[in-house]
Write a protein that binds this ligand. Structure first.
Ligand SMILES: Nc1ncnc2c1ncn2[C@@H]1O[C@H](COP(=O)(O)OP(=O)(O)O)[C@@H](O)[C@H]1O
Ligand SMILES: Cc1ncc(COP(=O)(O)O)c(N)n1
Length: 273
């Protein structure tokens, strides 16, 4: 069985962070593991409190996994401060895992900040170079590339600028754009386009977490990057189509193993199952 590690924050309401990652791993038939970087008291509407785990404890958790278990892919999510980033980067340098997918989480869907804005330089200089794939959404791509993204051409310019900062592939996600949900992958040579119709729902809590974990799972299964993204796009689209009206804010997406195994072809009604 392939083994995939998530290094991320804990979302007690279950829709994003480590919890979304582990659900996605199970749906993809990989063995999921988790290193908790921050404990976030959040729900579908707001972030109430954040407690960062100490850098020593982050490093110990990563040691505990790597000294014992071969890791086929790593997904990295919320890294709230420079100190968390440096701890994770030290361990990436030490263990040199393959298939590292980094989602540079900055805000929750409800707009609450999850990363200290002063840490952006550390994110770029210390963490980003370890990414086999970096998966910024549009606001994150704007912050990292330092350009304004207004259209597809701007997404491509940002992808190139971010690629030049040292990651091996960049996927600029268009969930925050208007119109079709278009994501653009750049591998330093070519652009690949992944497009679906926009689904009319507010229940998109955890979409970025789920998407990056699906990609990491597919890479662990041995898929080449563009195929891993293509398949993960199908997974996240179906998970959004069947997203759940849980909570008062942005509800979570739906992870359903049979949905994936059976070619994403399910008969159940949409909404709460
Ligand atoms: N309403 C939607 N309909 C269809 N796809 C969506 C929708 N919202 C987000 N997506 C897709 O979900 C994935 C996650 O993107 P995004 O929401 O931009 O990430 P993040 O959670 O990091 O903000 C992308 O593939 C994006 O295109
Ligand atoms: C612990 C944690 N990590 C990440 C996100 C962002 O989730 P997303 O961008 O996928 O909606 C979140 N809300 N909470």
């Amino acid at each position: 069985m392939k083994k995939v590690l998530s290094i991320a924050g804990s979302d007690c309401s279950g829709g994003a962070g480590i919890q979304a990652d582990l659900k996605t791993f199970s749906a993809h038939g990989v063995f999921g593991m988790s290193v908790i970087v921050s404990v976030v008291a959040e729900n579908t509407s707001r972030v109430m409190d954040i407690q960062d785990i100490t850098p020593d404890m982050i490093e110990s958790q990563i040691d505990a996994v790597f000294e014992d278990i071969e890791v086929d892919a790593v997904k990295i999510g919320m890294l709230s401060t420079q100190f968390c980033m440096e701890a994770v980067a030290r361990k990436l340098e030490q263990y040199k895992p393959c298939n590292v997918v980094i989602d540079p989480v900055m805000y929750a869907k409800n707009g609450c900040p999850l990363m200290d804005p002063d840490s952006i330089d550390t994110l770029i200089k210390v963490v980003l170079p370890y990414a086999d794939l970096l998966t910024p959404n549009i606001p994150e791509a704007e912050k990292i590339s330092n350009i304004k993204i207004r259209n597809t051409e701007d997404m491509k310019i940002a992808a190139k600028l971010i690629y030049d900062m040292g990651c091996k592939n960049v996927l600029v996600k268009g969930g925050h754009a208007i119109g079709d949900a278009l994501d653009i992958l750049y591998d330093g040579k070519e652009f690949y386009y992944f497009k679906t119709q926009r689904i009319n729902t507010k229940n998109t809590h955890g979409t970025g977490c789920t998407f990056s974990s699906a990609i990491a799972s597919n890479l662990a299964h041995g898929m080449p990057m563009s195929i891993a993204v293509e398949q993960a796009k199908k997974y996240i689209t179906t998970a959004i189509e069947h997203s759940l009206n849980i909570g008062k804010g942005n509800g979570p997406t739906h992870h359903f193993y049979d949905l994936y195994k059976n070619g994403l072809n399910i008969k159940e009604s949409k909404g709460d199952l």
